[in-house]
Design a protein around this ligand. Structure first.
Ligand code: ZN
Length: 162
């Protein structure tokens, strides 16, 4: 096969995959306290950078965690992933460990880390991605963490190596 043909075949297959892909999401909720504080900086430097988020005795949020899985539905079930199973994974692997906790002090997988939403979603990805792959026809596509009505972060995983 010449190069142009193999490219057009590749492009056709890729297009077919993209247009049959379904994105399915589950939301779970948790309440937690944290503070943003760099221990290598002075109190003044922390307050200048993080404002009220550096409050010495912490502050809390009602977080909303959304996990999105992308895949082609299983022809037998019509499911990309059983949402009950996805909810159970989110709850047992993440929410049960952080709900009503102090993220800076009580959570093993966050020890010594800045508890920003950016860092939280990256940790959640590490925890969930392989189990989602084992329990779905696709893979983990996106994690969204809503911290306030105004602020949320989205994470699509590491870029694959070139
Ligand atoms: Zn906060």
């Amino acid at each position: 096969m010449n190069e142009a043909n193999s490219f057009s075949l590749y492009y056709r297959d890729l297009t077919a995959i993209i247009y049959t892909m379904v994105y399915i999401s589950r939301k779970e909720f948790f309440n937690a306290a944290h503070k943003l504080y760099n221990p290598n900086w002075t109190k003044e430097e922390n307050e200048a950078c993080f404002g009220p988020c550096a409050n010495e005795y912490f502050h809390g949020h009602n977080f909303e965690l959304t996990v999105t899985v992308a895949g082609v539905p299983n022809p037998q079930t019509g499911f990309v992933i059983d949402l009950k199973k996805l909810g159970e994974l989110m709850k047992t692997r993440i929410v049960d460990k952080i709900d009503h906790k102090n993220l800076n002090m009580d959570v093993d997988f966050l020890k010594g880390k800045m508890t920003s939403c950016e860092n939280l979603v990256r940790e959640f990805w590490q925890i969930l991605s392989s189990e989602i792959e084992q329990n779905s026809t696709g893979r983990l596509y996106k994690i969204t963490l809503q911290e306030t009505h105004k602020n949320y972060v989205e994470y699509f995983g590491e870029l694959p190596p070139r």
